[in-house]
Structure formats: structure tokens, C-alpha cells
Design a protein around this ligand. Sequence first.
Ligand SMILES: Nc1ncnc2c1ncn2[C@@H]1O[C@H](COP(=O)(O)OP(=O)(O)OP(=O)(O)O)[C@@H](O)[C@H]1O
Ligand SMILES: [Mg+2]
Length: 225
Amino acid sequence: MEVRYRGESGFALRDISFVLGEGEKAALVGANGAGKSTMLLALAGVLPYTGTIDYLNYTGINNAGSDYGEKRPGLVMQNPDDQLFMPTVAEDLAFGPRNFKTPEDEIAARTEKTLAALGIARLRDRLTSRLSGGEKRLAALAGILMMESPLLLLDEPSSFLDPRSRRRLLDLLRARSEAMLVATHDLDLARSLCDRVILLGGGTILADGGVRLLDDGVLLDAGAL
Ligand SMILES: Nc1ncnc2c1ncn2[C@@H]1O[C@H](COP(=O)(O)OP(=O)(O)OP(=O)(O)O)[C@@H](O)[C@H]1O
Ligand SMILES: [Mg+2]
């Protein structure tokens, strides 16, 4: 897969090729500007790409891949302000499932379960625009968990979180069975959540292997981590 931003001469991503297994959790690491967010946006179908993406029974070729349907990958964006758009947290959580005609009682039950799992039941009726950075991050994540997608694309999930919320998030993600691709600078989170590390540098994969890669000084220097 390759990605080139409109109006740019160079590729933001090139020669990207990997397979993520069912339930596999991989950390996507690399310096600022390495291409982590670009990769998650392309995989989620938000950015046009060239190449092929196989996902469940869907094959996207040279397009924006936007038609994954109900089981589309769940993307939690780096900036939660880009994600939350309904007035209240409860409305935001209900928006996705409602789009896919999920029954209202099922939406209500899922909302309670998801808010409780993230420890944010108190935010249910708050205005999304008035939340703190960490609260927005957790609300955005809750909105994605509501969709029960088999693949979570998480962009810096622990940023803005206080230590307690970060631990709670880590425990929650560890306990879940979805496949995950987690772009992060939080290498401790990568170590305790993931079995695999994909190191990006200059828009391409520099290394792909076990979490012990995070202890490989030469490789990390190459990726400027
Ligand atoms: N909308 C855009 N138009 C043009 N270039 C872009 C755009 N968004 C990102 N880029 C460029 O693409 C490259 C990869 O950016 P990306 O945001 O994917 O990096 P990242 O690895 O997520 O970095 P960070 O750790 O800072 O979040 C960078 O050189 C960036 O400047
Ligand atoms: Mg990024």
C-alpha cells in the first residue's frame, strides 16, 4: 500500500505490506511524522491509497476503501476533537449503532456497558465540546467500542489520560479480543498490550517483529525513537 497526500510530491507511506491476524495486537511505533496516523487513516478508509487492502470479506483496491459496512475497522483518531461531533456523549455513542439500525434498547444497554467499562458513566449527559482532553479521549474510544468492530485502530490511545485512566484503559484493552493496531509513543503500553511491534520510519516499515524490538537500540535509533 502507498499513500500520497494531495498536492505533495513524495509518498507519506510506501511499500507497506503486512498481515494482521484475527485478534492480534500490534504496536505501531516510530518518530513524529513517520506515518503512523496516515497508516491508520488509510486502513480505516478515510484516506485514498494505492495498493490492496484485504479486510474480512472485503478487498479494497486503489480507492478510499470507505465501504467496509457495519463491521468497518474502529478508528480512534489522534485528536478526539476530530471524532466527537454530537452534542452529548450519549448521543455521540448512539450515533454509529443507530446508523446501522441497531434497536434502541440494545443501544441503551451497550451505552451503559461501555461507559461503565471505561469508568465514565458520569459523562453520559455532558456536552462533548466541554469535556477535558482526557475525557474526550475516553468518550471517543467509547464511541468506537459501541460499534463492536473486530479491528480497532487506535491512534495514541493513552495521550491526555491521567495515570488511573491510563491503567484502566490498558486493562480494558488487554481483556478484549479484537485485533488492534495501536500507534503510540507510550512504549510501556506497547510492551504490556501488544505481542508485536511494527516500526515505521520515513513512511515505510523498518522492522516488524516481537516486542523485543523495543529493546533493539540500533533499530530504534534508525527509527529515531
Ligand atoms: N494532510 C496532510 N497533507 C500533507 N502532508 C501530510 C498531511 N498529514 C500528514 N502529512 C505528512 O505525512 C507524514 C506522516 O504524518 P503522520 O501524521 O502520519 O505521522 P505520525 O507518525 O502519526 O506522527 P506523530 O507521532 O507526530 O503523530 C508527515 O511528513 C506529515 O507532515
Ligand atoms: Mg500521528
